[in-house]
Design a protein. Structure first.
Length: 164
């Protein structure tokens, strides 16, 4: 079982109070996945999530006729798996370990029970997850803009100026 100190070292969970970290730590246990391991299968029941401690995980979407495409690569401090938050509690994407992954796995029912028992914890956890979700959406937006930009337009990068 991870400790509150273990979780406090990660950027995402550093925003939680000491008592919230303790509740979160009690709800999780450490797991490892070897390179190539499938963590999530799109469409299957979502009943847990992970906080990545070390390693990287590809978030994938299945595209008929093209197979799985990488949406994003997640790493240290990233949460994987939010589909357990709302019905029907099914995975919307797949996920595969790129290399050796160490993570804290959380049981969704334990998290939901803790959130219902302590509304302060529930609010803080939800806020933390939505901050992560906003970052994920912004990253996906940037990736889509890059994929679908007009190839005849110059690449302007982050500065807005044309790149050589």
């Amino acid at each position: 079982m991870p400790t509150a100190d273990d979780l406090a070292d990660l950027p995402r969970t550093a925003v939680l109070s000491r008592s919230d970290l303790a509740v979160l730590a009690r709800a999780g246990h450490q797991v490892r996945f070897t390179a190539g391991s499938r963590l999530i299968e799109e469409g299957q029941r979502a009943d847990h999530c992970w906080l990545i401690i070390d390693g990287s995980v590809r978030l994938e979407a299945h595209v008929p006729g093209q197979g799985d495409i990488v949406i994003q690569t997640l790493g240290r401090g990233d949460f994987l798996g939010w589909s357990w938050l709302l019905p029907p509690r099914r995975w919307h994407f797949g996920a595969r370990a790129v290399d050796l992954v160490t993570a804290v796995e959380f049981d969704a029912d334990r998290l939901l029970t803790a959130a219902e028992a302590d509304s302060g914890f529930g609010y803080d956890m939800t806020r933390m997850l939505f901050e992560a979700l906003l970052e994920r959406l912004q990253s996906t937006r940037a990736r889509l803009l890059d994929l679908y930009r007009n190839p005849r337009e110059p690449d302007r990068g982050r500065t807005g100026r044309s790149l050589p």
